[in-house]
Design a protein around this ligand. Structure first.
Ligand code: LER
Ligand code: MN
Length: 270
């Protein structure tokens, strides 16, 4: 397994679960100094990122891009793939496609988290899942052109009512036309929603495509009450070789959260 840490470039996400907040150069330098393998980037939009700048930083620090988030489309514009307005759903899809293209250039997947939206008002669950399924079929196949997968993240009940548990999402993903979407298993959401997170990871097997490495309280692993040993054992058992990426609160401060993360990673995952 490989280590990664998050960099947020979205001012509207302040207070959110990202470790570094002071730009790509700062985040990459700090991540590399601690020995992380990769960074996970949370941009306002794909076009706000500079390909040459990012490539230069990755080369200089021997880092990779673990994944790129799309939640900026929700935080900045309130766009989702299940919005009742067709024009907004289209903008949401375009926004995410651009992230798929940008991330694909770095061999990394894009993440669908907050931009999945929810079923509410006149949008029934059936309707929302139809729109979400169409979008995932498109985005999954689009990612394939770059040789990458597309990541779908079940969120806890306070953030979506579409899929809160990994197995429910997995059963539904298998019904899609595309088979190029993988699950992003966020241990923070799983701590809230799963009866047994380790069993959930084992049962999703090859669909597990990325992991958000967060403790029960969304702090660095080791700063809450999650027992990480059985979770890593479950990931080993299914042959997971991807990233454990720290999408966590920068508490008590970013550097301490990052140091705690890499110490926990080295203890359990190497
Ligand atoms: C995104 O990865 C996520 O986990 C959501 O809770 C938004 O922060
Ligand atoms: Mn997450």
């Amino acid at each position: 397994m490989k280590s990664a840490i998050t960099i947020s470039l979205v001012p509207q996400a302040k207070g959110g679960p990202f470790v570094y907040w002071d730009g790509l150069a700062d985040g990459c330098a700090r991540a590399a100094a601690l020995g992380f393998d990769a960074v996970e980037i949370f941009p306002t939009a794909a076009h706000a990122l500079d390909i040459a700048e990012l490539q230069g930083l990755l080369d200089h620090h021997s880092l990779k891009v673990a994944a790129i988030g799309t939640g900026g489309g929700w935080l900045v514009h309130k766009w989702t793939l299940t919005h009742p307005d067709a024009a907004i759903r289209k903008q949401a899809r375009e926004f995410i496609r651009e992230v798929v293209d940008f991330a694909g250039g770095f061999g990394a997947p894009a993440i669908l988290g907050s931009m999945q939206g929810r079923s509410e008002g006149d949008v029934t669950r059936q309707q929302a899942l139809e729109w979400l399924g169409e979008a995932l079929d498109d985005l999954g196949e689009h990612a394939k052109r770059h040789g990458t997968v597309f990541l779908y993240e079940p969120l806890n009940r306070y953030e979506t009512n579409l899929f809160n548990r990994q197995q429910d999402a997995a059963d539904w993903l298998y019904l899609l036309k595309t088979q190029n979407v993988r699950l992003l298993c966020d241990l923070f959401h799983m701590n809230i929603e799963e009866a047994d997170p380790a069993t959930a990871l084992r049962s999703c097997g090859p669909l597990v495509g990325h992991v958000h490495f967060a403790d029960s309280n969304r702090r660095a692993i080791g700063m809450g009450h999650t027992e990480i040993g059985p979770l890593v054992a479950a990931l080993r058992a299914i042959g997971y070789k991807g990233y454990l990426s720290a999408e966590i609160l920068p508490l008590p401060d970013a550097d301490t959260a990052a140091q705690q993360t890499i110490a926990s990673f080295r203890k359990v995952a190497i």
